[in-house]
Design a protein around this ligand. Sequence first.
Ligand code: SAH
Ligand code: SF4
Ligand code: F3S
Length: 440
Amino acid sequence: MKKVYIKTYGCQMNVYDSERILEALDKEGFTETKDSDESDLVIFNTCHIREKAAEKLYSDIGRLKKQNNTKKIVVAGCVAQAEDSEIIRRMPDVDMVIGPQTYHKLPGLVSKLDKKKKIIETDFPIENKFNLLARRKRLEKKPTAFLTIQEGCDKFCTFCVVPYTRGAEYSRTTAELIEEAKSLVDQGVVELTLLGQNVNAYHGESLTNSTSNLARLIYELSKISGIKRLRYTTNHPNDVNDELICAHRDIEKLMPYMHLPIQSGSNKILKSMNRKHNVEKYIDIIDKIRSAKKGIAISSDFIVGFPGESDKDFEDTLDLVKKIKFAQAFSFNYSPRPGTPSADYEVQIPQATKSERLNQLQGLLKEQQFQFNNQFIGKTVKILIEKVGKEGCQLVGRTPHLQSVFFEDIRKVYKIGEFADIKINSVKVNNLSGELIENS
Ligand code: SAH
Ligand code: SF4
Ligand code: F3S
């Protein structure tokens, strides 16, 4: 048996891709190892979104000891797409560079790696990789799964590499997604998270050969009885339509959570980011969705220190956060990415200012996350048990609002993949804990 070690960086779409790469390699006789030293094949499935993410790859490759000549090193993912042959120039130990749209070829190419020749596969192929990959055969039995429904992006925000690394927007057909969802359900999945860089721009072919949208796809998937919970991420404000908002009101299996990145609370900055929406539009969407689904958790992404961001612009971001009250959010220092327009904008913000602003924003967001969690004290929530905790008979699950919950199952009656009712008795910023309510 040959052994493969894979390290995944970046977003959930990369997590999905890594899972499929491992499934495909399993058919070729590779088993996964968590120890890179004992592997025959090392794959880095990379992310190019911020400078730190990309630089991490080079330090990881450097640290990897190529103890013998037979160990092969593959760089896959978004850095592979963006930096191409430059990777092999910088790191001559790398044997193959393969982009996110060509990884279905990886297993076939690995067998050719014995030769001295390096392989570079970064074209955007005409064929659809999803149709060329084998049927799903999960190697790890888990109750939750990601399902990529849409890839790429046509929006070209001025800071972002995704349109270049993942290519143009592409949506899979509803029929193909139903088939994959059913096969995941057959393997024990009860919760599906639909993925896309612009998931709500989904426009795949419907079952009646017309153009579908995300709300209709969710409706079709909700008919699969084995699926108990549906989620989706990540959205663009301009692609939120009334149907999606109504789906939150009408489809019980659709969880009360929406990740809706805004990036900045300043219209001037949003314009310079080419976001094509303003703060007022964002607030309007949130108002609508909150009236359709009371208590829904709203999360977001923020970039601080975008070129030209003044103290006033940053204050506007803080004001927006105070107004919306997020359940959770991700925030980042602006990172100038080669080849993106904003990397060449004149007024770049000093690192120290960025870090100071990020600290302030993160402090506020943490406070809001705690407040969101705090409203659950004394309430009973239904959680899907996802894993065993570190202590004794502790189990960990997720609420409909995506919070992690710890509880003790002293009688050891619950299993991973089951639902349990938990009465919340304490909360932190990142998780809740409570006690089991035994119904029977
Ligand atoms: N499609 C999603 C975001 C995908 S990238 C959207 O439209 O919002 C995930 C997040 O990374 C972005 O929301 C943004 O907050 C962050 N990001 C992207 N490029 C960045 C950059 N150059 N510097 C810092 N953060 C960045
Ligand atoms: Fe990047 Fe999202 Fe903008 Fe597309 S919409 S360019 S993925 S930030
Ligand atoms: Fe990173 Fe590529 Fe995802 S750049 S965030 S891995 S789409």
